[in-house]
Design a protein around this ligand. Structure first.
Ligand code: IPM
Ligand code: MG
Length: 356
């Protein structure tokens, strides 16, 4: 089969990790007899430099015409003082919205080979964990009205959710839970926020009507943050809002050892998705070889699974990553402090290519 993939490398370490993921996809294509055709588009700071705006129409059109999108990361200090509508991050948010990608899947799993790198108590790390954060992605405070008063000495951002927005995301969470351990934890702050009360009501109604076979519990976001560092094996699927999901997914990733390991998939009503590492553009380490390409390579695996239904091919990548880690190869972020044999990102990618 032939698949058209839009690549949006972005800024900072984005271009290097996307180049690594592209090579991995090419290798998998060769091995399984698929043709992946790549087209690159600008978004973020690089687009601001080139076109004066963070998300050119050409990028939106190219992504919408593709079978799926892989994104590196956007942003950097160079563009930090841009007005809100011209910030690089705007590109990412607008692309998610334009593509209708309302659900963000962020798996956080401890790699057996990396139990030592886990910051949790050793007996809990030993037990391991495998959780899936299902984050609402095109609503909530990220997209609500915001502004400042005339004097400029007060500001506001608005959190708002409709039943439809909550329901379509929760539906994905229940569906995913059915393929895993059939347990959903709905994370909100219903002891304070009205949007969270609507969230909780909606999730429960959907559960009672359509998913009574799935175990459902509720947790306030502050308790969930605590539970992730106390014992994340409590969780199977977490379903939560845009902002809570943003925060909890960074927390969960650090607990696995490094944010450089975690992939994500953004999905909507069609098979077309956007796949990106959950980490940022890390401009301070761009070009130094320190960036870990694993999160992006695992995002490519998610693309094969969710957008192209190529699960054997996805597993092939995941197994190659696990094997290389099992053999003891490490990038700097996951190497022990006294380990001087760590690999650069590109060397890590070469090891993964060998293992495919
Ligand atoms: C993420 C990032 C983005 C987000 C930023 C860069 C806008 O932190 O994908 O988690 O907050 O969604
Ligand atoms: Mg984030």
């Amino acid at each position: 089969m032939k698949y058209n993939i839009a690549l949006v490398p972005g800024d900072g370490i984005g271009p290097e990790i996307i180049a690594d993921a592209k090579e991995v996809l090419e290798k998998v294509g060769e091995k399984f007899g698929h043709e992946f055709v790549f087209t690159e588009y600008d978004a973020g700071g690089c687009a601001i430099d080139k076109y004066g705006i963070p998300l050119p129409q050409e990028t939106i059109d190219g992504c919408l015409a593709s079978d799926s999108v892989m994104l590196g990361a956007v942003g950097g200090p160079k563009w930090d003082d841009m007005p809100n509508h011209l910030r690089p991050e705007k590109a990412l948010l607008a692309l998610r919205k334009e593509m209708g990608l309302y659900t963000n899947l962020r798996p956080a799993k401890i790699q057996p080979a990396l139990k030592d790198a886990c910051v949790l108590r050793q007996d809990i790390a030993e037990r391991g964990f495998d959780l899936m954060i299902v984050r609402e992605l095109t609503g909530g405070i990220y997209f609500g009205e915001r502004g400042r008063n005339e004097e400029g000495d007060a500001a506001y951002d608005t959190e708002s959710y409709s039943v439809m927005e909550i329901e379509r995301n929760a539906r994905n969470a229940f569906e995913i839970a059915r393929k895993r351990n059939c347990h959903v934890t709905s994370v909100e702050k219903s002891n304070v926020l009205e949007t969270s009360r609507l969230w909780k009501e909606t999730v429960h109604r959907l559960h009672d009507e359509e998913y009574p076979d799935v175990k459902l519990d509720d947790m306030y976001v502050d308790n969930a943050a605590m539970q992730i560092v106390r014992d994340p094996s409590f969780f199977d699927v977490i379903v939560t809002s845009n902002m809570f999901g943003d925060i909890l997914s960074d927390e969960a990733s650090q607990v696995t050892g490094s944010i450089g390991l975690l992939a994500s998939a953004s999905l909507g009503d069609s098979k077309r998705g956007m796949y990106e590492p959950i980490h940022g553009s890390a401009p301070d380490i761009a070009g130094t070889g320190l960036a870990n390409p694993i999160a992006t390579i695992l995002s490519a695996a998610m693309m094969l699974r969710y957008s192209f239904s190529l699960s054997d091919e996805a597993e092939c990548i995941e197994n190659a990553v696990a094997k290389v880690l099992e053999e003891g190869w490490r990038t700097k972020d996951i190497a022990a402090p006294d380990d001087e044999n760590w690999l650069t990102g590109s060397q890590m990618k070469d090891k993964i290519l060998e293992a495919i």
